[in-house]
Design a binder for this molecule. Structure first.
Ligand SMILES: Nc1ncnc2c1ncn2[C@@H]1O[C@H](COP(=O)(O)OP(=O)(O)OP(=O)(O)O)[C@@H](O)[C@H]1O
Ligand SMILES: [Mg+2]
Length: 460
């Protein structure tokens, strides 16, 4: 009996799912959708318990399929397999879905989601436990990856209250105070709310974010650009996305002639050569897209312009780094839709750490969490009355890089020099290099490939 049904246009995804589910999976390829959703549904002979739709199905196709499936099999569990995009919210709002799963999710994450949805269907009398019994050939080829991305999320269906929906956090996401207690009880094995980086996804565009101001975003963005430029000279661009009060050119002692306002102007949108003239070159071998010359001009840059700019820059540079304003304003949300990595920054104050936790939760719920995440604890200090472990428990994710408080940071900034150049042996500089190595982990081992891929831009 086929418990699971996949309707998809990706043979690669089909093969992956088959390796996980064996003969419990039946597949109808998306080509049949050419003749309408009904022709796909007519091919389904057994009663599926869980249906996965996608990847590579459009909204209309998915909508027609969900409607048809719910009509025929009212108890069915529905999962859309789709990348995290801004319009995902609309899909979730309009379709009767139980979950959204990224096609990049590891086998472990996928299996976890399927198991939890199965458990929910059984507990709500929509299926029998025996429906999900594993057969002999399931799991044989599955390749467990401990570093699962947080790429699946659950939502209430239209017909149900959120309380009825499968709750992703029930087993792994205790509230902040519970997390602290859990950490105390089992300090060696915390249950992270936001699992760490997926090593299979390459970094390309990074947004440096923090819910609160003054946490060190700009410092980190600048030093990332300098560090990455040593791996990919002249193929790194740093965008000052703090449109009103950006200070990157000041911190780098640069005097830009053009700014982000020019970079999103129609002339630059129409012509890549014009776009390139808006960059300011730094001698360390990277480019800067400077912030607007005044807050009023900064206001003219629309959130979607910023997102589109990130996309265009990704076509030109190996690494795009975007410094942002504090919080999750429209501009930052737009940027997050277009990046592969989030570098999340917090100091050691409990209020900041709690705010990070809320920010990560919101991003996950919105489906806007980039595939890779690097959690940076800045201003780390033995005198703070909190350890990095405590900080991690409050946030719900491990700390990836701890940058100590250091007077060398301010000194370097006042000199208009990036810290990793100004005082490379300073503990904060070393920590920032650690972050660079983490982001450039592919390049550290495969420098030659970069040489091939690099697209040199002449300094103006
Ligand atoms: N590890 C550190 N040790 C000491 N000082 C630091 C450290 N990191 C950043 N600073 C200093 O803290 C101040 C704030 O840093 P920065 O401007 O990078 O934060 P930000 O998050 O970009 O702030 P904003 O939200 O205002 O944009 C700066 O003066 C910077 O030099
Ligand atoms: Mg800043």
């Amino acid at each position: 009996m086929s418990t699971y049904l996949l309707v998809s246009r990706s043979t690669e995804y089909e093969a992956r799912l088959r390796a996980l589910l064996g003969s419990r999976l039946s597949v109808v390829t998306g080509e049949f959708l050419t003749f309408g959703a009904d022709s796909v549904l007519e091919m389904v002979t057994d009663t599926p318990r869980i249906v996965l739709l996608g990847p590579v199905l459009n909204f209309e196709e998915t909508r027609d399929l969900t409607r048809g499936l719910v009509e025929r099999y009212p108890d069915v569990g529905l999962i859309v397999v789709r990348e995290q995009r801004a319009d995902l919210e609309d899909w979730v709002d309009e379709l009767s879905l139980h979950a959204v799963l990224s096609p990049l999710a590891s086998d472990e994450t996928t299996r976890d989601l399927l198991d939890r949805l199965a458990g929910w269907l059984v507990s709500h009398g929509r299926a029998e436990e025996s429906d999900f019994a594993e057969d002999a050939d399931a799991e044989t080829e599955s390749d467990a990856q401990p570093d699962a991305p947080w790429s699946s999320l659950f939502h209430a269906t239209e017909a149900e209250t959120p309380a009825d929906a499968v709750e992703p956090t029930s087993s792994t996401a205790p509230e902040a105070h519970d997390a602290e207690q859990a950490a105390e009880a089992t300090p060696e094995e915390p249950e992270w709310l936001f699992p760490p980086l997926d090593p299979s996804v390459r970094s390309e565009a990074l947004a440096v974010i923090a819910p609160k101001g003054g946490q060190g975003k700009s410092t980190i963005a600048i030093n990332l650009a300098v560090g990455l430029a040593s791996f990919a000279p002249n193929s790194v661009v740093l965008v000052d996305g703090d449109l009103q009060f950006g200070d990157i050119t000041v911190a780098l002692a640069l005097e830009p002639t053009r700014t982000i306002v020019d970079a999103v102007a129609p002339e630059a949108v129409a012509d890549e050569l014009v776009l390139k003239t808006t960059f300011t070159h730094h001698p360390a071998g990277f480019f800067v897209v400077a912030s607007a010359p005044s807050p009023e001009l900064g206001d003219e840059v629309q959130p979607r312009h910023l997102g589109a700019l990130v996309d265009r820059l990704r076509g030109i540079f190996r690494y795009v780094i975007v410094d942002t304003t504090p919080g999750l304003g429209e501009h930052t949300l737009n940027v997050l839709e277009h990046v592969t990595d989030a570098v999340v920054v917090s100091n050691m104050a409990v209020a900041s750490l709690r705010a990070v936790r809320s920010e990560l939760t919101l991003l996950t719920t919105l489906g806007l969490m980039p595939v890779n995440r690097h959690m940076v604890l800045n201003f780390s200090d033995k005198m703070a009355g909190l350890t990095a472990k405590d900080a991690a428990s409050i946030i719900g994710t491990p700390i990836d890089v701890e940058v100590p408080r250091s007077s060398a940071v301010v000194l370097a900034s006042n000199r208009g020099r990036p810290l990793v150049h100004d005082d490379p042996r300073d503990p904060a500089a070393r920590a920032l290099q650690e972050l660079v190595a983490r982001v450039a982990r592919e390049d550290t081992t495969k420098r030659t490939r970069i040489a091939r891929r690099r697209r040199i831009l002449e300094p103006q």
